[in-house]
Design a protein around this ligand. Sequence first.
Ligand code: DCP
Ligand code: MG
Length: 364
Amino acid sequence: MSSVHHRKIIHIDMDAFYASVEQRDNPAYRGKPVIVGGSPEGRGVVATASYEAREFGVRSAMPSRQALQLCPHAIFVRPRFDAYKEASRQIRAIFKRYTDLIEPLSLDEAFLDVTEDKQNINSAIVIAEQIMKAIVDELQLTASAGVSVNKFVAKIASDMKKPNGLTFIGPSRIAGFMETLPVEKFFGVGKVTAAKMKGMGLHTGADLKKLSEAELRQRFGKIGGFFYRIVRGIDERPVQPHREAKSLAAEDTFSQDLTNAEEMHAELDRITGLVCERLSRYQLQGRTITLKIKYADFRIITRSRSFAGPQSAPEAISQAAKELLDSAMPFPKGIRLLGISVSNFGERNPPPLPPGAVQLLIDF
Ligand code: DCP
Ligand code: MG
């Protein structure tokens, strides 16, 4: 392989993102265990925890009640999505100084293709260093960066020296690196596949590498072909600045069926947060909000509402979802799952309405 053909990919991931924004904006929280998420009194979960709280074992997605037990003196904070979105917008503006090939994965992480960069710096490592410094200087936040020749290795690399670390994995180190990587770290390997692999005695990249492409396909289906290439450090997926999507959704199945409206509203607030994070990731807004309700007997109903203009604000989406929920009451059974989707993306700035059409387009 000639180095001339290598791409230069950077993966940037903010450190303890929501918690760091809270510590930045509230000096009293600095140096302290901060947990962002739902309250420990309710059924809330941890969105993220500051590094001080992680020392006690607190992790994302853990029930807040459990987090409180692990770290009783933690400061619990409600998420402030507007503040996180603003920081996300600012980091993207920094990325734009170097390239337009930016693929956000969430508010706090993105891939950048800097094979060619706007400033002719020509070094992905130097660009990553400059981006990290700009984030510190301009946002008073830290990020970690991974630099490599493809997305998969860059993403794994950004996680290696967190927080505030930069890791470069060059072409000559990729093969060795992949061999030592535990299977659960491979892209596309979820909990179920990882368990299956371990059951087959496959624990690391080196184990996967012993299998032929046909054997991998036979055991894991179509994605086996992807595993065959990725374990050899081959990942040709391009950095995609825009993605096509017809709707974006988030839903949650509850461990116990919900019967209480207050609990349902709280869950809708949380699900709205997830939907809004996805909308922001793809920089989308939609005119139609759909609520999905699955009852304890697995029967599903949906209720939709369309707005005259595109929506992306959490307040508007959660309000619409709650009104749709309330209009479906009383419920014949407990509720097993709630979901919210946003669709009808259309143009960011809709054309002016023809006279007479206004009535039809007003909320119903
Ligand atoms: N998040 C969430 N629920 C999860 C995981 C994450 O709400 N289950 C939110 C909160 C995080 C943000 O997304 O701050 C970014 O997620 P990361 O996985 O990148 O976690 P952090 O940035 O918080 O920490 P790290 O330093 O490990 O990247
Ligand atoms: Mg992060």
